[in-house]
Design a protein. Structure first.
Length: 116
């Protein structure tokens, strides 16, 4: 059974940095899309960032210039680097690895808390 190991959350002060990662227990296929979502208490899940196998990235406006998606196919790992974190970034972050209809996987979520 394919598994996703997600890690990298934590608690930081405003302005701090964290890097979330998701490692897949199988190799990536040639074409894939990685999406990062977050969900804060009482709010709907929000798509915050994505990266394609071709290297195209996109970010929601609230994280542009602060968050960066990257991948390391050799390690079957994807990363979300989060800089200049703000209290509004507090949420559980989830990765979604989409390699086609039969190959879609979710991370278990990692908590990011930003507070004084």
């Amino acid at each position: 059974q394919v598994q996703v190991m997600e890690s990298g959350g934590g608690s930081v002060q405003p302005g701090g940095s964290l890097m979330a990662s998701c490692t897949l227990s199988r190799h990536f296929l040639t074409y894939y899309i990685i999406r990062w979502y977050r969900q804060a208490p009482g709010k709907e899940r929000e798509l915050v960032a994505m990266i394609t196998s071709g290297g195209t990235t996109s970010y929601t406006d609230s994280v542009k210039g602060r968050f960066t998606c990257s991948t390391d196919s050799a390690k079957n790992t994807v990363y979300l680097t989060m800089n200049n974190l703000k209290p509004d970034d507090t949420a559980t972050y989830y990765c979604n690895i989409d390699m086609g209809p039969d190959y879609r996987y979710w991370g278990q979520g990692t908590q990011v808390t930003v507070s004084e």
